[in-house]
Design a protein around this ligand. Sequence first.
Ligand code: NAD
Ligand code: ZN
Ligand code: ZN
Length: 349
Amino acid sequence: MRALRLLNWKSEPELVEVDEPTPGPGQVVVRIGAAGACHSDLHLMHEFEPGTVPWNPPFTLGHENAGWVHALGAGVTGLEVGQPVAVYGPWGCGTCARCRVGVDPYCENPAGAPVPGGGGGLGLDGGMAEYLLVPAARHVLPLPDGLDPVQAAPLTDAGLTPYHAVRRSWGKLPPGSTALVIGVGGLGHVGVQILKATTAARVVAVDTREEALALAREYGADLTLRSGAGTADEVRAATPGGRGVDVVLDFVGVDATLRLGAASARTLGDLTIVGIGGGTLPVSYFSVPYEVSIQTTYWGSRPELTEVLDLGARGLVRPEITTFGLDQAVDAYRRLRDGKVAGRAVIVP
Ligand code: NAD
Ligand code: ZN
Ligand code: ZN
C-alpha cells in the first residue's frame, strides 16, 4: 500500500510503498477514510532532531484518523468489519492508573506503551496510508450516527485537544465570562465552536490572518482581532470593567502569543498553552495577575473523545475541511506551513 512516511528528521515526508499491516491478537486494522494534517507534523518535519522526543523516524505520518474496521485480531470483540470508527491517537500502556481511566496522554508507564509518549503518526506508523494498524482495540471508537470518517478524523485531535483544554476550565466560564482564543487554525477554529457549544462565555479570537478571523466569526466568535502591538489592551477593553479574560487558550505558543495571553488574563484566570511554538513566558511575582493558573495540555482523554464525537454527530462542532489525496499530501503540508489552509487539511487516501 502507499504510505506518507517521514524518513528522517529535518525533511519532508515521502510517498512510498509499504506492506499492508495484519492485526495480531487484540489489534485492529482500520481502512483509512481520512487523516488530518496537523501543525505538529510541521514541527516534526522541520524542527525536531534526535533527542527531542524518545522516538525517531522512519514512520508513517497521520495522528488524527478515522475510517472503517478492516480486520480484527484474535480475541477482539465489540467491533465489526466495515463499521465506521475513529481512532483515539495517544497510545499508552493500557494498564497504569491513568490509562485505565482513558487518560493515555499522561500514561505513567511510558516504557510499557507501544512507543513512549507517542502513537500512530508519532513514532509508530500513522494513518496517512491506506491502512492503519491500531495496537489495542480500546483505541477504536465506533462513530455515532451522523458522522462520517472525513468529519470525524479532525475531531480526534483538532477537536479533542481544544475540547480537553476548554473542559478543564468549564468552571471559570459562566455567563458574563470571556474566553480568548489565540490562533484560529485547525485547533483554534474548533476551539471557538467548542466554547460556543459548551460554555456561556463571550469568545474573542485573535490571529495574524484575516481569513482565519473570518472563519472565527463564521463559527460564532463575538469579537475578532488582528494581532499587533496593542492587542492585549483591545482584548481587556472588551471585557467587563476591563478586568481581562477568564480563560486564555493559546494555540500558537510563541513568545508574542504567550505575552498576549499573560497580558490579557484576569486575576484567578486560566492561561492554557496548547501550541508548541517554542516560546517562553517569564513569570515573576508582578508579571502576571494574582492566581492566574498557567498550564500546558497534551491531547485529551478517551471519554472526552466520545463527547467530542457526540458534539460532531449533533452538528454542534463541524470542522472546516479541505480534502487532499495521498499524492497531494506533501503539498497540503506546504500550504499549512504557508498559512494557506482554512480550518483543517484532511488527507483522503
Ligand atoms: P494551524 O497552522 O492550523 O493554526 C495555527 C494558527 O495560528 C493559524 O491560523 C495562524 O495564522 C495562527 N498564528 C500563527 N502565529 C500567530 C501569532 N503570532 N499570533 C496569532 N495567531 C498566529 O495549526 P494547528 O494544527 O491548529 O496547531 C496549532 C498548534 O498546536 C501547533 O503548535 C501544534 O503543534 C499544536 N498542537 C498541540 C497539541 C497538544 O496536544 N498540545 C495538539 C495538536 C496541535
Ligand atoms: Zn496533532
Ligand atoms: Zn499507562
